[in-house]
Write a protein that binds this ligand. Structure first.
Ligand code: FES
Length: 111
């Protein structure tokens, strides 16, 4: 696999343990660690802009504890999952900046 299909972690305090597993973030392979949230993983990848709200503005996580809904991502095909509230699992497929309402509007020609 070429490096263009991999995103490397850049913001870890400690090195990634040998027990790390692979997940997909925006269709690219990423090492993830048991016990971390999806939001922690995205921060480790230096991703601050996580979600796109209905008007098209990009936003990042705000509260980190499940209240603000500013960190919504699509996980395994289910949209509007709060990244700060979901633990990573091996093989998980995470998509940032997906917004069903905007995509539906674009398809229907309303946007
Ligand atoms: S950061 Fe506020 S709900 Fe996730």
């Amino acid at each position: 696999m070429s490096d263009t299909n991999i995103i490397f972690r850049v913001n870890d305090i400690e090195s990634v343990p040998a027990t790390a597993f692979t997940v997909l973030v925006n269709r690219k392979q990423v090492q993830a660690c048991a016990g971390e949230t999806v939001l922690n993983l995205l921060f480790a990848l230096d991703m601050r802009s996580i979600s796109t709200i209905n008007c098209g503005q990009q936003v990042g996580a705000y509260c980190g504890m499940g209240v603000c809904f500013s960190c919504t991502v699509c996980i395994d095909g289910i949209e509007n999952q709060r990244a700060c509230q979901r633990m990573v699992k091996e093989g998980m497929n995470i998509q940032t900046h997906c917004n069903r309402l905007c995509e539906a509007e674009i398809r229907s020609g309303l946007a």
